[in-house]
Ligand binder design. Structure first.
Ligand code: MG
Length: 459
């Protein structure tokens, strides 16, 4: 079988698999519910800065720069550098404040075995946060990139002005203060700046879901007996606000079960005994009696009951019982590259990644070129496309998916692109594209399908 036939067969299998799953689990924020990312990032930025300027007054001058604060960047907390990685975890671009770090310096910090010993500091980096590396994994974190850039810019210019080396301990302090400001705004639903602004006008931050999506959820549940479960890391109060605005007051009608405060990726990683579920009798629990110990989730329970915490193994057991099967097919849909894509893949679920970056006009050009290369199995002369795409790219970091090596005229995967290739079965722009994909017969037909290893939206 040729490589192309193999890819096409895989895609037909995937489409069939998706159309026949027993269970679909959805992440909420930036997955089944779409956000206005810029408004949300601005609000988060304001929240974080509100606290930070009390500790670092010079950050008053800081501005949120959308073109710089991109998803997938990695912060080196030891050196205050902002990094972009390729699929081999090599640093291909780095910024110290507003200055780009030279290739020589990057090599001496991260790659040069003579200087750093035999192991790269990024050797164990897998996309999760560690003591040294912090990932801008979702649109909730990306605005922090601007703060970090402006902080380092200040430290850099002060070190030049005073003729002293940069004091890197200040950077650790910044990281600590950022986590304090996040806790301040996101842990308290009643007084936190984020939640109060959100509640005042949800329409500024999130979109209502389409009727097509709602109808589809109803259809797969009634006709195919598919179970639909919401599994979100958000707390119950916020979940209620978001779902009520986006789906309407009767949002419960679209789900067989709602799980809040799931603490993904641990939800998928922990063993069956380590993270039990708690039953909440209301989205706004206050009394002790609102929390009830329970052994597992229930499906289709009363409108007020939701579940908190838990782990995937309990859910799978419950569903196996329900379907009276030893094996059930479970598909998880989410936008967090680690918590919603890598973690569920590790427990062998089918995964759908929601990646809004694929609708960026620059990305579409690059992806089309990628598809063409594969479908024709020839080396297409893509220079024109590459030039056009890089010419149009108006942000400093370039494509989310690819790095173009000008010397070799090659396209290399970014770190996140390779994570997606290895862990996501399907990649789409949003849930509406996923509904479109569900109904598209062309994915079942060898003659109409143009192959790509991952389905990149693009209808
Ligand atoms: Mg999310």
């Amino acid at each position: 079988m040729s490589k192309i036939e193999e890819i096409i067969n895989t895609e037909i299998k995937l489409h069939q698999q998706f159309k026949n799953v027993n269970v679909i689990g959805f992440d909420m924020d930036m997955a089944i519910v779409r956000y206005n990312n810029n408004e949300t990032a601005t609000l988060i930025y304001e929240c974080v800065l509100e606290h930070l300027v009390t500790v670092f007054p010079f950050l008053k001058e800081s501005k949120l720069d959308f073109s710089f604060s991109k998803r997938g960047l990695v912060i080196d907390l030891e050196l205050g550098l902002i990094l972009k990685l390729d699929n081999k975890k090599r640093v291909i671009k780095a910024f110290r404040g507003k200055s780009i770090v030279s290739k020589e310096e990057i090599d001496s910090i991260y790659h040069d075995e003579k200087v750093i010993g035999s192991e790269s500091p990024l050797k164990d980096y897998d996309g999760s946060n560690s003591a040294r590396f912090f990932t801008m994994i979702s649109f909730f974190e990306t605005p922090i990139t601007s703060v970090i850039r402006d902080f380092m810019e200040y430290q850099n210019s002060e070190s030049i002005r005073l003729g002293k080396p940069i004091d890197y301990s200040t950077f650790k302090q910044l990281a600590k203060e950022i986590s304090i400001s996040f806790a301040k705004h996101f842990n308290d639903f009643t007084t936190g700046h984020y939640y109060t602004s959100f509640k005042k006008d949800p329409s500024k931050y999130i979109y209502k879901v389409s009727n097509r999506l709602k109808n589809w959820l109803m259809e797969i549940r009634s006709k195919n007996n598919t179970k639909v479960i919401l599994i979100t890391n958000s707390k119950s109060e916020y979940c209620h606000s978001v779902m009520e605005y986006s789906f309407g007051e009767n949002f419960r009608d679209y789900f067989d079960c709602i799980i809040v405060d799931a603490k993904k990726p641990e939800f998928f990683k922990s063993d069956i005994n380590s993270k039990p579920f708690t039953k909440l009798m209301t989205f706004y629990p206050k009394e002790k009696s609102d929390y009830i110990e329970c052994s597992n989730i229930e499906l289709g329970v009363s409108h007020d009951t939701i579940f908190k915490g838990g782990n995937i193994h309990l859910v799978l057991n419950k569903l196996k019982d329900h379907f009276k099967k030893d094996q059930i097919s479970f598909c998880y849909v989410g936008d967090n590259l680690i918590g919603d894509v890598v973690a569920p893949k590790q427990v062998k679920l089918m995964t759908v990644a929601i990646i809004e970056e694929i609708q960026d006009p620059d990305e579409i050009i690059i992806l089309k070129r990628e598809k063409n290369t594969k479908s024709q199995e020839v080396q297409v002369n893509s220079e024109g496309l590459v030039e056009r795409s890089t010419g149009k790219t108006n942000y400093v970091w370039g494509s989310f998916f690819h790095i173009h090596d000008d010397h070799e005229n090659l396209s290399i995967d970014t770190f996140w692109s390779s994570i997606l290739r290895d862990n996501a079965d399907i990649v789409v722009y949003g849930v509406d594209t996923l509904v479109e994909y569900y109904y598209q017969d062309k994915f079942d037909n060898k003659d109409t399908l143009s192959p790509c290893a991952v389905v990149y939206g693009g209808y």
